[in-house]
Design a protein. Structure first.
Lengths: 240, 345, 599
């Protein structure tokens, strides 16, 4: 295992008295895809938000060997941590191009143009739609734009929350191919998915989250053979 | 009513409407970016106008004290809240901006005000004294409430309004002042008597609107402001600091308010509480535009201006009643036509 | 010292202050103003603190009360006592009209509306010749009771504080009633309240008029204590001051209103002495301090002074479950809780049927011509991937969202187009995906909200405590439902202290209070632990055995497969499959929608 780009130790998130994440520890190795799977309400999104600094949390998070405790979300972005959230959080009234340009808000103007070119090359669809307003895009295009916007900022670690959410299977396939390709350019990826089967196929390592805790983790290939994991996450329950 | 009187009333309404339009645009801007319904917008009109009249008369402008008060408060609060890093350089930098700069302006004003250096100096000095109050107010009252509901922010805005009118009274006194015209130009146009000042109002309003549209359409920071307004989370995810958008929005609101104050200073007698009422009429326009659309705010503001001048013609006592009640049927229509499903989360 | 004795001590203190030797007359007059302001602030507690509606315009209602009595007692020489009901009636009418127009305003538009009419009414007062213009009306007679004239500050002190205490008792009674709970429910969202059958528009209006009448009463008293009225006391600034009082004291609490009124009134008096010296001039300099106070309170202590005091007070005594309540509870238990449908389970007539329902949001088809039935005594599951349109379907069936096309029939009757409170009254109860309990209310009070439609008591009977028999019946019912879901022990805990699983079950108990024929559950198992899920499934089976039909939207496959009789699968707003759990598990379309791997 290479040196981790991000480590989380004993991270907890509480909403009032309800603890959504309880003492989670994980490490994301440089240049790999790590997936986090679990049922609805297991606390995956809360964990991502805590790692991003969008939710107050207990425990320690360090990114590229720097403690993140006093670093607000906006500054984590500047340091190379990026989150593509479940809701995409696009600037719906602005054009595709403006959305992408803002993705490079924390990078130098010169680097921004080149990064946008890279994104257009990776998502030719976005180039076709560059003058279109983001709110009028289809579900798959929105996901591409959300990922593209994050990539303009040249992140070191890209966290993707349910990128396949609400998308047709064919588009899901495209998105997963792109994720795999991104990894090959050196970006580390934390992938949260309900579509566990697809996620396990591209991931190097997997964590399983249940009721706010990490219950199992290991190399994705091993976990994919674990009968318990297959029963709970890779099939239609044990009725299959 | 003869048509020439009607024309006069329309002319009057459009000029007032232009001022209301500027204020309405500022209100929409602040609301969109920060969700603050900025009741004290009109106070900048007051402070701008009263600072100008003081400088014109060669008096020391009391707004310096106000700026210094706000600067010290913001400096102390930021330090106490840990928003300024507790290291020498960040503290020194904040001190320079929040306290030393107002002190420098104080000295400048003390020395230069009695010399009556003319209109250009007066305008520059007024802008330098009043505009920085915008971001200072944001830091003092609103920055810590970024997660609060619109309602809490609204009540806070009302609190800021109370404090600012009170301070306006304390520093400027209860008397009203009126500035001299910026230009003595005037001419007759058919039945209308057109003054240079009124043309100036329209020209500045138009230029400001144009500048704003370029700012929002072209500059990255302008786009970042829109982005914060559209999706606060999205803005944070691309690294736009919430406080930056807030400060810029309040800076622009203060700039627009102060310019409006400068423009109407020669046309209306301004006392410590006049600006509030003018600001509220900008509000009526902003609300008529649903606190959302800039072009509609401008149209609504012209409508409010004309409505006011006609109402004043028929019954000067009830003109304000008419202007403020016009929003009720509108609000009613809005809430009846709106969807009633509450947004989850 | 219990709360009761603390309150008693306070009352005694209020009673003896004026007769203590050495108390300056000026204190008494200050206390009078505190009392007058407290009346208005009490109304704001109900309106803003409890009901969630912010008003900057209460001063205008004080003005309605004050001007009405001023005109009647000067120009028409009426007795002040005769003018009192008229003053209250005028205020109530004004509030009714203003309320009808502005209460429909949602969110922040309501307080903006109150600013608008607050200013407008001030100008109306100031410009009406009959009301004396900006000079107002002088020479208003003082109150007198038989031979005692209330010219004496000490006498009016007693009258004012007697009224304040009376208003506090009546308001507390109102809050602790069916209507009071409905007002509380407003704050947690109209959608939840409507789903128990609460007419939220009417409830808002009740709170608004009640608060206005208290303000009008204060105005009537003010006119006769001050013996002159002028518009400046009823302007926007005065309205803001009243809100400041409520926020200062703690906007959710009746005693907080009195504390806030006292603090702000005393502060204002002191500042008016002090600040003009500082600034060498006269004027309303106190607004500086008030403004800063308001901003500071919202940043530091949003719960006001009361929230700082309350932790040090003895805990509120638990009301022992009284005999009457438990008696009716057993009685209620013996009654079949759900009116069993006319036919038996095999009866083929559906209880609920969705008939080609369709919903389009701005060009996007969220629900695409979906049809299905729920038969009496069935548990039906509505499943599908995220974003499949399940929640929208749910909202269409319960009247929360309007259909674009199609029809919904319940028990043989078309219910499409009905508001959700009407749907509730026909026997459909629901729970929410994001639990909508009111955290600072007890579990029992939350549950009894569900029985809103089974009570009749109105405002007056609640204020006068004539509703106790009905209350006992409703509370008994609620306890019974809590017992039924196995949460009887939690009845007196605050709802906010429950874990998610318990909260969901409490929501079911609340829904059961409606005595529904159909229970609709929105993702009841989301976020539950394994054991909690099992218990929930067990509970739902028991309810089914008790004759209740259930429609549930769910994500959790295991949960749905083991529990339901019939399953409807949605994907992208379209029904892709329907059948028994066994059929659904092997349906290729379902497998594709759920799995859709990358190869």
């Amino acid at each position: 295992m290479t040196t981790p780009i991000l480590t989380a130790e004993d991270v907890s998130v509480a909403y009032g008295k309800v603890e959504a994440v309880r003492g989670v520890s994980l490490a994301i190795p440089q240049g790999q895809i790590v997936t986090l799977i679990g049922a609805n309400g297991a606390g995956k999104t809360s964990l991502l938000n805590a790692l991003m600094g969008l939710l107050p949390s207990a425990g320690r998070v360090s990114f590229r060997d720097e403690a993140m405790a006093s670093v607000v979300a906006e500054e984590r972005v500047a340091r190379g941590l990026s989150l593509v959230s479940e809701r995409r959080d696009l600037f719906a009234t602005m054009t595709v191009e403006d959305n992408l340009e803002l993705g490079g808000f924390r990078t130098a103007a010169s680097a921004r143009a080149a990064a946008m070119e890279d994104v257009f090359a990776r998502f030719p669809r976005l180039r076709e739609r560059r003058r279109q307003v983001a709110g009028t895009l289809s579900g798959g295009e929105r996901q591409m734009l959300a990922m593209g916007r994050a990539l303009v900022g040249r992140p070191r670690l890209l966290m993707l929350d349910e990128p396949s959410l609400g998308l047709a299977p064919r588009i899901v396939r495209d998105i997963f191919h792109i994720i795999k390709a991104l990894m090959q350019t050196g970006v580390s990826i934390l992938l949260v998915e309900q579509n566990a089967r697809a996620a396990m196929q591209i991931a190097d390592y997997a964590y399983v989250m249940e009721l706010g805790e990490i219950t199992v983790h290991g190399p994705a290939a091993e976990l994919a053979r674990d009968p318990k994991i297959i029963e709970s996450y890779l099939g239609l329950g044990h009725h299959r | 009513m003869s048509s020439s009187i009607a024309l006069l009333l329309v002319q009057d309404g459009i000029i007032n409407g232009a001022i209301y339009a500027l204020l309405a645009v500022a209100l929409v801007l602040v609301f969109a970016v920060t969700r603050v319904i900025f009741i004290p917008q009109g106070e900048f009109v007051t402070f701008g106008a009263l600072t100008l009249t003081a400088l014109e008369a060669g008096r020391f402008p009391a707004s310096v004290w106000l700026l210094l008060c706000l600067g010290v408060t913001a400096f102390v609060l930021d330090l106490a809240r840990g928003r300024t890093k507790r290291a020498l350089i960040p503290i020194a930098r904040r001190f320079a901006w929040d306290i030393a700069a107002p002190l420098a302006l104080l000295v400048l004003a003390l020395v230069l005000a009695p010399m009556k250096l003319g209109l250009a100096f007066n305008i520059a000095m007024t802008l330098a004294l009043v505009v920085p109050m915008g971001p200072l107010i944001y830091r003092i009252a609103f920055e810590a409430l970024a997660e609060a509901s619109v309602l809490t922010l609204l009540i806070t805005a009302v609190g800021v309004h109370l404090a600012m009118t009170g301070l306006g009274l304390a520093f400027f006194g209860p008397e009203g002042f009126r500035a001299g015209s910026f230009t003595s130009l005037s001419f007759a146009l058919g039945p209308l008597f057109v003054t240079g000042q009124s043309l100036l109002v329209l020209a500045v309003a138009a230029i400001l609107m144009l500048a704003l549209s370029i700012f929002f359409g072209r500059s990255l920071i302008g786009k970042a402001l829109i982005a914060s307004a559209v999706s606060r989370r999205g803005a944070r995810l691309v690294g736009i600091p919430e406080a930056l958008s807030g400060k810029v929005a309040f800076l622009m609101a203060a700039l627009i308010g102060t310019l409006s104050g400068l423009l109407i200073a020669p046309m209306v007698t301004i006392a410590y509480d006049t600006g509030f009422l003018i600001g509220l009429k900008g509000f009526v326009a902003a609300i008529l535009a649903g606190l959302a659309s800039y072009p509609f705010s401008v149209l609504a503001a012209i409508f409010v201006g004309i409505l006011e001048s006609f109402a004043a013609f028929y019954s000067s006592e009830f003109k304000d009643v008419v202007v403020f009640m016009v929003i009720i049927p509108f609000l009613l229509w809005r809430s009846l036509s709106g969807t009633h499903v509450e947004e989850e989360e | 010292m219990s709360r009761r004795s603390a309150a008693l001590a306070l009352i005694v203190l209020i009673a003896v202050v004026p007769v203590l030797p050495g108390v300056p007359a000026f204190w008494i007059s200050l206390a009078n103003y505190i009392g007058l302001a407290a009346l208005v602030a009490l109304g704001l507690v109900l309106l803003t603190g409890v009901g969630g509606m912010t008003s900057f315009g209460q001063a205008a209602f004080v003005g309605f009360g004050a001007y009405t009595t001023a005109v009647l007692t000067t120009a028409l020489a009426w007795s002040p006592w005769l003018a009192l009901p008229v003053a209250l009636l005028v205020t109530a009418l004004a509030a009714l009209i203003i309320g009808l127009v502005t209460l429909r305003l949602s969110g922040h538009y309501l307080p903006l509306g109150t600013i608008a009419w607050g200013i407008a009414i001030y100008y109306v007062f100031g410009n009406m010749k009959t009301l004396g213009g900006y000079d107002g009306i002088p020479g208003i007679p003082a109150l007198s009771i038989g031979p005692w004239s209330l010219l004496d500050q000490r006498v009016s002190y007693y009258l004012i504080w007697l009224i304040v205490l009376g208003a506090m008792v009546l308001t507390a009674n109102l809050l602790d009633s069916r209507i009071g709970r409905a007002i509380r429910a407003l704050r947690s969202g109209a959608q939840a309240a409507e789903s128990f059958g609460v007419d939220t528009a009417r409830t808002k209006l009740i709170a608004f008029v009640y608060a206005a009448v208290l303000a009008g009463l204060s105005g009537w008293l003010y006119a006769h204590v001050q013996r002159a009225v002028s518009p400046s006391s009823f302007g926007l600034n005065a309205g803001i001051e009243y809100l400041l009082m409520a926020v200062t004291g703690g906007v959710g609490n009746l005693i907080g209103a009195v504390i806030g009124a006292a603090v702000v009134t005393i502060l204002k008096d002191q500042l008016q002495n002090l600040l003009p010296l500082l600034f060498r001039g006269t004027g309303n300099y106190e607004t500086i301090v008030f403004g800063i106070l308001l901003v500071a309170l919202l940043q530091i202590a949003r719960g006001g002074i009361w929230s700082l005091i309350e932790p040090y007070l003895p805990a509120r005594a638990r009301p022992a479950p009284d005999v009457l309540a438990s008696a009716t509870a057993t009685e209620a238990a013996s009654v079949p809780l759900a009116p069993v449908a006319a036919g038996s389970r095999q009866d083929t007539a559906p209880l609920l049927s969705a008939d080609v329902i369709r919903k389009v949001f701005g060009g996007l088809v969220a629900v695409n011509d979906v049809s299905f039935d729920v038969r009496p005594g069935e548990i039906v599951g509505l499943i599908g991937p995220n974003g499949a349109g399940k929640s929208t379907t749910f909202n269409l069936l319960t009247g929360v969202t309007h259909l674009t096309a199609g029809g919904v029939r319940f028990a043989g009757e078309g219910v499409e187009g009905l508001p959700s409170r009407a749907v509730a009254r026909r026997g459909i109860a629901r729970t929410f995906q994001h639990v909508k309990l009111i955290p600072d209310m007890s579990v029992l009070d939350n549950v009894v909200l569900g029985s809103h439609i089974h009570g009749k008591a109105g405002v007056v009977s609640a204020m006068l405590r004539l509703d106790r028999a009905e209350e006992a019946r409703l509370l008994g019912d609620a306890r019974e439902q809590l017992k039924r879901v196995g949460m009887a022990d939690a009845a007196d805990k605050p709802a906010g202290s429950l874990a998610l699983g318990q909260s969901r079950v409490v929501e079911i108990a609340r829904a059961l209070c409606l005595r529904p024929r159909l229970l609709m559950l929105d993702e009841p198992a989301a976020g539950l632990r394994h054991l909690e899920k099992q218990n929930l499934a067990e509970l739902l089976r028991r309810l089914k055995a008790g004759g209740i039909s259930i429609l549930l939207v769910e994500h959790d496959m295991d949960f749905v497969m083991g529990l339901t009789d019939h399953i409807v699968v949605l994907d992208f707003g379209t029904k892709i499959a329907e059948g028994s759990p066994a059929e659904i598990q092997v349906d290729p379309a379902v497998l594709e929608a759920y799995l859709g791997g990358i190869e």
